[in-house]
Design a protein around this ligand. Sequence first.
Ligand code: HEM
Length: 352
Amino acid sequence: MTKKFNFPPGPYGLPVIANLPAILSSNPTEYFTKCSHKFGDIYNLRFGQRRVCILSSTDLVREVFNSKNAQDRVTNVAYYKVFGKNAHGVAFSSKDPWKDSRRFILGLFRDLGVGRGVFESKVTSEAELVKKLAEGINRKEVDLKQKFFWAVGNITCGIVFGKQYDYNDPTLKQFINFVDVFPKVSGPGALVLTSPFLCALPFGPGYKAAVIHETLRISNVAPLGIPHVTDKDIKLSGFDIPKGTTIAANMTAILMNDKIFKNPDKVNPDRFIKNGVFEESSHVIPFSTGTRVCIGEKLARMELLIFLAHLLFRYSFKPPKDVTMPRILDGVEYAVARCPMPYSVVKSERYA
Ligand code: HEM
């Protein structure tokens, strides 16, 4: 007798190509979120032969991203086209090559003190530089996004090449041009830092943690994280998930869930302040969770804190006169990361 599988529900698909046209014809993030409203926190899509399971609840994402049989990555033609046939970097490899490179990088970060006090000076010196650049452009429009890309890129250079560069140095220019194509490589910290909502920030002691938490929530840097793949048949929420299924966390459905976050498309750091004290939400998981959780989380958080503190201590930022700022929700999507639409701001000295 053949085994009867109990697959998660999902939208009807055309023969052979299955749900592919729906994804190609619309904004995929929007399509995934619409499906979660219709089919629930776990549903199935099919792209040709490939089964894709989309999870829209924090608990399910935690359960499966911690399970030992859902830690592989997708390898297909599109992947090889982008990253090359021999690409075995930590983010896109599986099994022993992944374990080895993850262990190596984490060891390197530990030795360099990334995310800890000793590393702070590297981030701070870069923040000082951005402040200096901003100083020269009084009451003119500043393209903060570009400045943050350079600064965060230079910090990454410090880790990768052991050296931070002068902003006129061609090596840094080359590195930034490269990461401009691949925001994932530069570390999406740059993407969050460039958020236009800097202009709307209130500033006060004890408030920074809530501001950073809200920035990370609403920026939704990696709307589908980096998908995992199962290497065995597993059970999840009573459903059968066969070996070789791609599993993606629908971060948009989680971070913008109106049952958890009231008016989720509004910037509101106060939602994380309870009785005057910052309270973290277990649903704000932009760095994902579990065995493959983002390696750069500590660095990204340190960059956010130091850059925000440096710039906002001295300046306030406003949209230029008669200019409508792009909505945070309308980010540009690259391979796995979202980046804000182009924008400029006008800065003024807080204590002038
Ligand atoms: C706001 C900033 C960032 C966000 C929101 C973010 C988000 C993510 C997410 C969602 C994943 C997928 C985790 C999974 O597979 O479940 C990831 C993985 C990863 N991130 Fe980040 N990231 C950020 C910054 C950085 C930075 C600064 C670096 C580098 C220094 C970095 C390096 C990586 C690497 C190497 C992986 C792959 C880990 C693995 O597969 O084992 N990220 N990140």
